[in-house]
Unconditional design. Structure first.
Length: 256
């Protein structure tokens, strides 16, 4: 049994993670943490603590799953990793300097962390297919669509998709060389010449479409989850496999 504590347990994603961990025969939900106290109705009830360090010391998890907020996740990880636990992180918004710091911190404490911008298998396959298509269709734009409570834009999935595409295609200017925005932001964010557009509306979970343009044709590769349950197999896989790693693992594809 792998002992798991969930941080952000009373959030929508955290609640799904608690249910998944509780249901898996080889995972044990030993603790839960959130900014407010409560009880999760699983088994005889799981009490939710507000003190991350105290909860880790009391329950001694092997893995902490973090689905909190971009503005607090670095502080959480700076507390967790020195305690010798492994981390599975679904919170996004990391900068390159953050990733470097976390890799060094994990290695210094002989532990590991998985940071996955997206835990859905469909999203992982979508990125793989997009990288293959980019070899033949260098003109590409990304449209990501999330619920209106998401705090960061563009999404971590869109960023890592663009990064992976940039590895297989040269940076280039797309569109007319004299193109200009008559309204700031109309063409979206720019990454190595490709545009990223963010949509925030009620009703979406975490959809993404990668559109490639060629002479006389377009190619669309998309993923469109209908519920947060789609992330749970990836989270469970992360809990099982991160304990055999050291340092930072960025992206679920590295563990598949």
């Amino acid at each position: 049994m792998i002992r798991v504590l969930v941080n952000g347990a009373l959030g929508r994603m955290g609640g799904e993670v608690c249910k998944k961990v509780f249901a898996e025969p080889d995972l044990e939900l030993v603790g839960a943490v959130d900014i407010k106290e409560g009880t999760i109705a699983l088994g005889e009830g799981v009490k939710v603590s507000t003190d991350l360090v105290a909860a880790i010391e009391a329950t001694k998890p092997q893995v902490v799953v973090d689905f909190t907020r971009p503005d607090v996740v670095m502080g959480n990880l700076r507390k967790m990793l020195p305690l010798g636990v492994h981390a599975v992180v679904g919170t996004t918004g990391f900068k390159d300097a953050d990733l470097e710091e976390l890799d060094a911190l994990a290695r210094a404490n002989n532990t590991s962390l998985l940071i996955a911008p997206n835990f859905a298998l469909g999203a992982v396959v979508m990125m793989k297919l997009a990288c293959e298509a980019a070899k033949y269709f260098p003109h590409v734009e990304i449209i990501e669509k999330h619920h209106d409570n998401k705090l960061d834009a563009p999404s971590g999935t869109a960023i890592i998709t663009a990064q992976k595409i940039a590895e297989v295609r040269k940076a280039m200017h797309q569109g007319h060389p004299e193109e200009r925005e008559t309204m700031a932001g109309a063409r979206g964010a720019d990454f190595e010449g490709m545009k990223i557009h963010s949509v925030r509306l009620p009703g979406y979970v975490a959809s993404q479409e990668v559109i490639f343009g060629g002479q006389g044709e377009t190619l669309h590769i998309s993923t469109d989850p209908v519920s947060r349950e789609c992330y749970m197999p990836g989270v469970a896989l992360g809990c099982r496999r991160i304990i055999d790693q050291v340092g930072l693992v960025y992206g679920l594809d590295k563990l598949l």
